[in-house]
Ligand binder design. Sequence first.
Ligand SMILES: [Zn+2]
Length: 426
Amino acid sequence: MVFWAETVDRHELAAVQLTRLNSQIERVKRNLPALAHRFLEHGVGQKPVADLEELSAWPMMTKADLRAAYPMGLFGAARHEVARLQGSSGTRGKPTLVGYSQDDLAMWAEVVARCLTLVGAERGQMLHNAYGYGLFTGGLGLHAGAEHLGLTVMPASGGVTSRQCLLLEDLRPDGLACTPSYALNIAEHLVETGKDPRHLGLKWAILGAEPWTEEMRREVERAFGCDACDIYGLSEVIGPGVAAECHEAKDGLHVHEDHFLVEVIDPATGQVLEDGEDGELIFTTLTRQVSPVIRYRTGDIASLNHEPCRCGRTTVRMSRIKGRVDDMFVLRGVNIFPSEIERLVLAQGQLAPVYLLRLTKRAAMSELTVEVEALAGQDGEAAARELGRRLHDTFGVRMAVSVKDPGSLPRSEGKAKRLIDERDPS
Ligand SMILES: [Zn+2]
């Protein structure tokens, strides 16, 4: 099942996007006067957009806008039209809430079903869904999309890894959905209890909700003997389902452009960047009714590629997320994303695919310690020296490497926390 919009001629697609964009802007002007006022302040929005490139002159929205509008100040629909609420976890205070009409829920299920098809799922197969169910969009988002495609869904939710393993062994699902770090946690648990994860017979894994690397993909694919593909999304745009990798190429995530318009900007200047240039992803929802966003700043760093894909789809592909704008840290003047260190840890071979980065401050200088675990039977100290050398070669700055006892680093039960910042806030 490949939806027409995924293989359509790009001019035809642009015409559909433009029509949908203008009706989305009309909805905002009708129902969200404060946002419409901001358009006017920027000298845009008086007349319909004639060309998609005009959008680069429009003001952007941020997470702070959503926070300030808590709980439902940016809902562009009457209360009785809101069928569902979801949101972010709000670890730093109040959550941000988004709403969905019945039509929004149907669109969401469709785009997630398309993501599942991208990674190789087929009607009649079974999905083990280990994304958390609740305010977080992962669980319910994958659930509805899988049902829409005609899969059998096991709503395992996150955590209680021993029970996840029991269900996986007894039901032998075709697919697994969770964060990549949790997939490895499940594999490790199976091995520790004397089982071989490859014997589960998994065909595909659809993994997301945290940045991950090619090296991590190889670990998951090796552990389970299945295809592992990336899925991307965020509640402010829809939830999971914004984009996913095709299993044919595994070379960038196809964006569902008939519903989500994507741009990449320089986060410092706001200037729109060309294909291949890393910058911040910006999304505009084209069809969302209750929580529309126009040029929403995601904080995620990636690049775009408009080349046709060998799977036959013509939709733009975004690269893996390199990191979040706010995850980046500076060490001796070098900008570093945790995912760049992950690549080196996993490429090492003698180290377990878990790590923790600890930032401290000594004599006014930031110091980074990379905490790792050696695999059984490996010389941990030698592996640490080798990793230290590779880190220095790659970044040009020294980082300490500390080898911990096997099993002592925290294992992910959802989104992995990779960076601990112990520097004084100053
Ligand atoms: Zn493709």
